[in-house]
Ligand binder design. Structure first.
Ligand code: IFM
Length: 470
């Protein structure tokens, strides 16, 4: 592999990536439903995603996670890939309906055994397991009972978390409760783009609170169960929202968007309260968060790490194309401006500067908690050669610019301690099915052959360079 790939574009210029410390943690991330397949094996029952995939038109091409990357059967080979890349940590998620079929009753030993084997395989190869306890595969029975808009789901989640910890807590040190509660709540219940496909804004807001409550309850149970120190955290997808101009309307549109995307999660977790302006925005729409006495103390249970997933930034305007600040129903205009910027295959703007600003802001507004980039990466329209190799220079450029942003944020004081590329493998990209490829390793879905892309070689070489191994 051409070693020049790991050097910055401008010759002679120092690469900020080289300032990352030798202790920096490097990994890749995946999630259960996106890669495992084997949806009906060893006692697993359907999750909301199995059901949603069966809804006509819900997922591109009618794709499902039934087979996905067949990771359930190819796990040792995939762990070998991770180890060969020189990664020290692997972030994966546990499928609730595998461990506790139906979301109630006792643990399923056969389901837990898969994660038991995975953890041993990782440790045997010198890779630290980083567990995410919920990456969207809610057991269907719990959705039938009301799903995340219902308070009881938070308590069921905490019970399930205890089961996983009882099985893996002797070997796994790092535990993330939820992945991206914004997606679970808003895409799942408010906008209907994800499972379970409901479209009710009030349900989405109720889901926000019960997901956070579930996180807090799980955090308390994990702390109580752990006899050795653990690293405990949550992963949020944070999307910076900047005003297009300094006008009051634009600033208010950005404030509103930032409130519902970012602060509605960060403030209760770290300040023990929901932001007053968000509460007022919701009240204006006749909606309140279903907070009960003591909930905010539970939600703000101290954590050790904050996982940050970053993909894009947003520019907000408070006026429509005709210069009006109110729409026909009299609601304030909040419009995402389409900038003339490079985009990924997801049509997401590539804005590494917003990443740097986000990390510095987290350090300023929510100080004291170490940050890990638990996901960052990009889908592009990969073109494999006859051997299945993808020369994905676009992905290499994306990862380079975003790692440079991380390094610059660290230089500005942000306590970022690790980075996980999303994703190890091309996989099931939710409502986009298999059309969008995020992997640094290509998966040929006909043969399940894995072929590291140029970005995988680049990632391995960059890590070696930063660690001073070459
Ligand atoms: O694939 C998803 C992942 O499951 C959660 N974070 C964003 C990724 C890309 O959309």
């Amino acid at each position: 592999m051409d070693t020049d790939l790991t050097r910055p574009a401008a010759p002679g210029q120092a690469d900020p990536i080289d300032t990352l410390p030798p202790t920096f943690r490097w990994g890749v991330a995946t999630s259960s439903y996106q890669i495992e397949g084997a949806v009906a094996e060893d006692g697993r029952t359907p999750s909301i995603w199995d059901t949603y995939c069966g809804v006509p038109g819900a997922v591109a091409n009618g794709d499902t996670g039934d087979v996905a990357c067949d990771h359930y059967h190819r796990m040792p080979q995939d762990v070998a890939l991770i180890a060969d890349l020189g990664l020290d940590t692997y972030r994966f998620s546990v499928a609730w309906p595998r461990v506790q079929p139906g979301g109630g009753g006792p643990a399923n030993p056969a389901g837990l055994a898969f994660y038991d084997r995975l953890v041993d395989e990782l440790l045997g190869r010198g890779v630290d397991p980083w567990v995410t306890l919920y990456h969207w595969d809610l057991p269907q029975e719990l959705e039938d009972a009301g799903g995340w808009p219902v308070r009881d789901t938070a308590y069921r989640f905490a019970d399930y978390v205890e089961m996983v910890f009882a099985a893996l807590g002797d070997r796994v040190k790092t535990w993330t409760t939820l992945n991206e509660p914004w997606c679970s709540a808003m895409l799942g219940y408010a906008y209907g783009h994800h499972a379970p496909g409901r479209q009710n804004f009030a349900d989405g807001i109720a889901a926000v609170h019960h997901l956070l409550l579930g996180h807090g309850l799980a955090a308390q149970r994990l702390r109580a169960a752990a006899s050795n120190p653990i690293e405990l955290g949550i992963t949020l997808n944070l999307a910076p929202a900047d005003p297009e101009t300094g006008s009051a309307a634009d600033r208010d549109a950005a404030r509103y968007t930032d409130g519902l995307a970012n602060r509605i999660y960060l403030d209760p977790l770290f300040h023990g309260e929901y932001p007053q302006d968000v509460v007022a925005d919701l009240a204006a729409e006749g909606i309140s968060l279903p907070v009960q006495d003591g909930d905010l103390e539970i939600i703000s249970t101290p954590i050790d790490v904050l996982g940050v997933n970053y993909y894009f930034g947003q520019l907000l305007s408070g006026v429509d194309e005709h210069g009006r600040e109110r729409d026909e129903q009299g609601h304030p205009v909040r419009r995402v401006i389409r900038r003339d910027l490079p985009r990924t295959a997801m049509d997401w703007e590539i804005v590494p500067e917003s990443f740097e600003e986000l990390l510095v802001r987290l350090h300023r507004d929510y100080p004291g908690v170490p940050l890990f980039i638990t996901e960052n990466g990009a889908a592009f329209n990969d073109k494999p050669d006859a051997d299945g190799f993808v020369a994905d220079d676009d992905r290499v450029a994306y990862l380079t610019e975003h790692l440079q942003a991380v390094a610059r944020a660290r230089q500005a004081g942000a306590d970022v301690r690790g980075y996980f590329a999303w994703s190890l493998l091309d996989n099931f990209e939710w409502a986009y099915g298999y059309d969008k490829r995020f992997g640094i390793v290509r998966v040929d879905y006909d043969t399940q052959r894995r072929t590291p892309k140029r970005s995988a070689h680049w990632y391995r070489d960059t890590i070696r360079r930063v660690r001073g191994e070459r």
